[in-house]
Write a protein that binds this ligand. Structure first.
Ligand code: ADP
Ligand code: ZN
Ligand code: ZN
Length: 762
């Protein structure tokens, strides 16, 4: 240490201490890494940096600058002085609060992906890019200005423009933006800044135009008088709310039992405490009808859906974070809505597969909601007529509380479900989609002026383009998927990647001209039904016919007004629709679900039949359901016909227990993809071998299956291989994966993705 001119050390003692006291930041990047990186915080950022803000930091040997999220700031130790320094800070305020940091960290651990990847996915792009933010600032008059305008105070020197600004603000009677103010007076921004410096106008945060979007304030409809069953369900939910503790309640209520009214009245209580509620519904159910049910009851409801612009989403996000919204209704990602004081989360149609995200982070909104509610010590309500076996088992084990609503509102009966064995049906043998019994039932419904819903889970005209010579399906050139013939477009289409082409004149495999179209999609059904019932007004709803914004609602509106006799379509019409005049529901082909090579095929078939059956008998008129199948003895079909969820769940759980399949175990699927088949396969096999080697000691019971070709071995030109890690608990799965992941070396052109609790086996 050199001596200064006064004989003291150059740096005074107190400053020395301050320098030693290094500040370090933990930073995570959008990378599949489990651990945060540590950086030194440069002097200039010391007072500004907070967890939840984004930073630029040098990464790797090349020290290229990468954007990451600061997830922690702490005093460092002496040895850490050699750390790399943060380069810069990108945000003035944190983008997420501590609760969200903790939740996203948990998601990374639970779903085996990087914390930074989770943050990057959870924070909407619009929020990150600040699109449309140049925060609209509003100005209002200060107390001093009010006194001045009332002539009670002299005030300093004001220009005539400044005086005019104050007057127009007073006249408008409400806060105004800088732009509007200056325009009203015809002055530049300097005059306004002057007023601000003098403390005569004060900026304020206003929930800008959002109130209009959030719905009319104060014009809410009265709650319904609930029946005993609803009252009991409500009390069960209110109990943990009042005791300020977490509990997950599984609300098992048949279709039409009035679950929504129970949610609404539970939310009413939460809102009365000044807290906010989040209601998750499947994207497909986010219809104006659903939204109206909440908007008509609460003053401010925000809706989050997937086709919002970045700007719109950003404004909603800010408004929600400012506490300006009582109820957030949205699809999966609304589980992250930044409500400041969550009081309740509801997941309606809990069994819907769309609550699982199928890109990284592959979280399930139900589990994220459970965690969020645990941390906030508030209840989570899962509602369904056909709960997942995962939720059912938790309730059976009393980990969650079961609340049952076995009766429909007003004791309307559940409709009789008739299973029709079409194996010997003469019409079906001749290639028709509508068998004899269904044909008669439609005729009768038409005569009685009832409406009919026909459900078929295959869009297009013919789902299989097939070569009669060599017997192979004609596949998409980029995917291992047979093409579907769309007659209206005169084209064959790949339903995975959207590849479209003229129909093949010859089989690509054997060059034969014997290319045929097999099976029936919704388009062919439409044609057949229109031909069979020429007097009926038929409407088809699937993603092909409903591709214009608003067309979905318009179609449902026509059906509701009775302008349509027969509505036919894909699962788009199976969910949550509530039309009193539907007297017949036909499931055209129950086998399409049942034959899927998927562990959950039976569960999905049961759910589907129960859901579509729920679409009838909801009004004064009774209804019935016909299910066409070639597997009339299948347990899923049999239980569904009896509306016996409990019987089905018992049967299916016994089978899963015998095979130790989920929910009795936990699985993670690792999918590898690359453009080179051999390199991708070899990488997958090598990782599988290493994972197997890690299954020893305490992890001896963990099984690694594969690697094997994925069911769709080629998708969008990528080759796909997968493996599965199966264990008793998610902790074991994680331990095995992490033992290998740290030293994972893959060829540069092979990517992998980990899917914990996979529900998609493609
Ligand atoms: P679920 O969600 O359980 O299928 P809904 O909440 O859609 O059932 O309710 C079915 C119908 O019953 C809706 O039209 C709803 O307005 C009506 N409803 C619900 N509760 C009551 C009640 N207590 N009294 C009268 N009608 C009710
Ligand atoms: Zn051929
Ligand atoms: Zn394709």
């Amino acid at each position: 240490m050199s001596q200064g001119k006064f004989g003291f050390a150059d740096t005074p003692e107190w400053e020395q201490a301050a320098q030693d006291d290094v500040l370090v930041a933990e930073v995570v990047f959008n990378l599949p890494l489990e651990k945060p990186y540590t950086y030194a915080v440069p002097e200039g950022l010391r007072d500004l940096l907070r967890p939840g803000q984004r930073v630029r930091a040098p990464l790797g040997r090349s020290n290229r600058l990468v954007t990451g999220y600061c997830v922690g700031v702490a005093p460092g130790e002496r040895g850490q002085r050699s750390l790399k320094e943060l380069e810069s800070l990108l945000d003035r305020d944190p983008l997420v609060d501590d609760a969200m940091l903790s939740l996203t960290r948990w998601i990374g651990e639970r779903y085996l992906c990087g914390w930074g990847q989770v943050l990057d996915s959870v924070i909407p792009a619009g929020v990150r890019n600040k699109s449309g933010t140049r925060e609209v600032q509003y100005f209002q008059l200060s107390e001093q200005a009010l006194a001045l305008l009332a002539g009670q105070e002299a005030g300093g020197r004001l220009s005539s423009q400044q005086r005019a600004l104050l007057q127009s603000l007073q006249q408008s009677g409400q806060p105004m933006t800088a732009a509007d103010l200056c325009a009203a007076v015809g002055c530049g921004p300097a005059s306004l800044s002057g007023l601000r410096r003098k403390g005569l106008v004060v900026p304020m945060k206003l929930r800008s135009e959002l109130d209009a979007e959030a719905g009319p304030l104060g014009q809410t409809e009265a709650d319904l008088q609930m029946n005993d069953q609803q009252q009991q369900a409500l009390e069960a939910i209110l109990k943990p709310i009042r005791e300020a503790r977490h509990e997950t309640l599984l609300l098992h209520g048949v279709t039409g039992s009035g679950k929504t009214e129970v949610y609404i009245q539970a939310i009413r209580e939460v809102v009365s405490y000044g807290r906010q509620a989040i209601v998750l519904v499947p994207e497909i159910s986010l219809t104006p009808q659903t939204i109206r049910r909440f908007r008509s009851r609460f003053g401010s409801v925000a809706v989050l859906h997937s086709h919002m612009s970045d700007t719109e989403r950003h404004r909603q996000w800010q408004n929600i974070a400012a506490g300006g919204v009582q109820v957030v209704v949205g699809a999966r990602s609304a589980v992250f809505a930044p409500v400041p004081h969550p009081g309740l989360i509801v997941i309606d149609e809990e069994h819907e597969p769309s609550f699982k995200q199928d890109s990284t982070p592959r979280y399930h909104a139900r589990e994220v909601a459970r965690r969020r509610c645990e941390e906030a010590r508030v209840p989570l309500v899962l509602g369904s007529a056909t709960p997942t076996l995962e939720s059912w088992l938790r309730a059976a084990r009393r980990q969650d509380r079961l609340v049952s609503m076995p009766q429909r509102v007003a004791d309307r009966p559940l409709p009789p479900v008739l299973i029709v064995d079409v194996r010997t049906d003469p019409r079906i043998s001749r290639g028709s989609s509508i068998g004899r019994a269904l044909h008669q039932s439609i005729s009768r419904a038409l005569q009685e002026r009832g409406q009919t819903i026909l459900f078929l889970n295959l869009r297009g005209y013919s789902p299989v383009v097939w070569c009669r010579s060599c017997g192979t399906g004609v596949k998409c050139p980029a995917c291992d998927i047979t093409l579907t013939w769309h007659r209206d477009r005169q084209a064959v289409v790949c339903h995975s990647c959207g590849w479209t082409s003229d129909p093949p004149l010859a089989c690509p495999a054997c060059q034969s001209a014997a290319v045929r179209y097999l099976g029936a999609g919704t388009q062919k059904l439409d044609e057949e039904v229109s031909g069979l019932f020429p007097q009926a007004r038929v409407l088809r709803m699937d993603s092909d016919s409903m591709n214009k914004p608003g067309s979905h609602d318009e179609a449902l509106g026509r059906f509701r007004r009775g302008e349509v006799d027969i509505l036919l379509g894909t699962q788009m019409i199976a969910k949550g629709l509530d039309f009193p005049n539907v007297t017949l529901v036909g499931v055209v082909d129950a086998d399409t679900m049942l034959r899927q090579p998927d562990m959950r095929a039976a569960e999905r078939t049961f759910q589907l039949i129960a859901q579509v059956a729920g679409r009838t008998g909801r009004g004064e008129r009774s209804g019935r359901v016909l299910v066409q199948t070639t597997c009339p003895d299948d347990p899923a079909v049999r239980f569904a016909a009896k509306h016996d969820y409990i019987g089905f769940a018992g049967h299916e759980l016994a089978e899963r227990r015998d095979t130790q399949a989920p929910p009795f175990s936990c699985a993670a699927r690792v999918i590898f993809r690359g453009l080179d088949e051999r390199r991708t396969r070899e990488a997958a096999i090598a990782v599988a071998e290493r994972l197997r080697a890690a299954c020893r000691g305490e992890l001896q019971s963990v099984r690694v299956l594969g690697a094997a070709p994925a069911p769709i071995v080629r998708l969008r030109n990528f080759w796909r291989f997968h493996l599965q890690i199966c264990a008793a608990t998610v902790e074991q799965v994680r331990a095995v994966w992490q033992a290998v992941e740290r030293t994972l070396e893959l060829p540069e052109d092979v990517e992998f993705a980990v899917d914990v609790d996979p529900i998609n086996s493609r």
